[in-house]
Design a protein around this ligand. Structure first.
Ligand code: CTP
Ligand code: CA
Length: 226
């Protein structure tokens, strides 16, 4: 095979990838968001399609990224919407990769009208409530026996210990752990990670293009598919 052309080892498989970052609205013009670019999730979708998979890409606020060819893109805004779309697509999926940055909290109330300043008054504090943990939910309650579930985590400090604890807490099969640091900024074209397996495996991924990490994730997921 030519360089960059993969065996269609995911042919006949349906995979679901979530990408981007959720936005939790405060009012019609404002939201709480995060800096996830969606590039790693899009690289996962492109590489899975290149390997023959049918791909559903649940894309949270990724305007600006081109829809990957041959991929079914489902746009969403909030964590609650992302959960609905992932659960629906996961029903017949062989693998689910949660690359999206899901907001842990959302504003407890949504103001249907724009929030206004009031003369001489300090602003009201923003009260938050927990969002559902989608990765933990789909891992605990698999839509299909043998479905492979992959999470992502950005960690600081004791990166591997934090990653191991998170993998156990989430109950997924693989967790891609990124160290958040100086040159590892959000929006970058490259990534560096360690992929932890529930089976105790540890796969270091050297600094490189997001496609290279995506291919390693699919190698590890494919090895776990029935
Ligand atoms: N995730 C999810 N639903 C959430 C939060 C996170 O499905 N409400 C998924 C993310 O898509 C990612 C993984 O869980 O694949 C890890 O996200 P992370 O934010 O690192 O995990 P948390 O449990 O939220 O831990 P922390 O308190 O460190 O943010
Ligand atoms: Ca979180």
């Amino acid at each position: 095979l030519a360089r960059g052309v993969r065996e269609p080892d995911l042919a006949g498989r349906h995979v679901v990838v979530s990408a981007g970052g959720t936005r939790e609205p405060l009012d019609p013009v404002r939201f709480l968001g995060n800096r996830s670019s969606g590039k790693q999730g899009y690289a996962l979708a492109r590489t899975a399609a290149a390997r023959g998979a049918r791909v559903t890409l649940v894309a949270a606020n990724t305007t600006g990224l081109p829809d990957p060819a041959g991929v079914d893109v489902v746009p969403v805004g909030t964590a609650v919407q992302l959960r609905e779309a992932v659960l629906k697509a996961a029903a017949d999926a062989d693998a689910v990769v949660m690359a999206a940055a899901v907001a842990d909290f959302r504003p407890a109330v949504y103001a249907t009208g724009k929030i206004k300043k009031k003369d001489g008054q300090e602003p009201e504090p923003i009260v938050l409530v927990r969002n559902p943990d989608i990765l933990a939910e789909i891992s605990a309650d698999r839509a299909r026996p043998g479905q492979v579930i992959v999470g992502f985590a950005a960690e600081t400090d004791d990166v591997l210990a934090n990653g191991r604890a998170k993998l156990a807490r989430k109950g997924c099969d693989l967790l891609v752990v990124n160290e958040v640091g100086e040159r590892k900024t959000f929006g970058s074209e490259e990534n560096e990670a360690v992929v932890l397996g529930a089976d105790g495996s540890e796969t270091p991924v050297p600094h490189g293009p997001k496609e290279a990490l995506a291919d390693i994730v699919w190698d590890l997921a494919a090895a776990r598919l029935g």
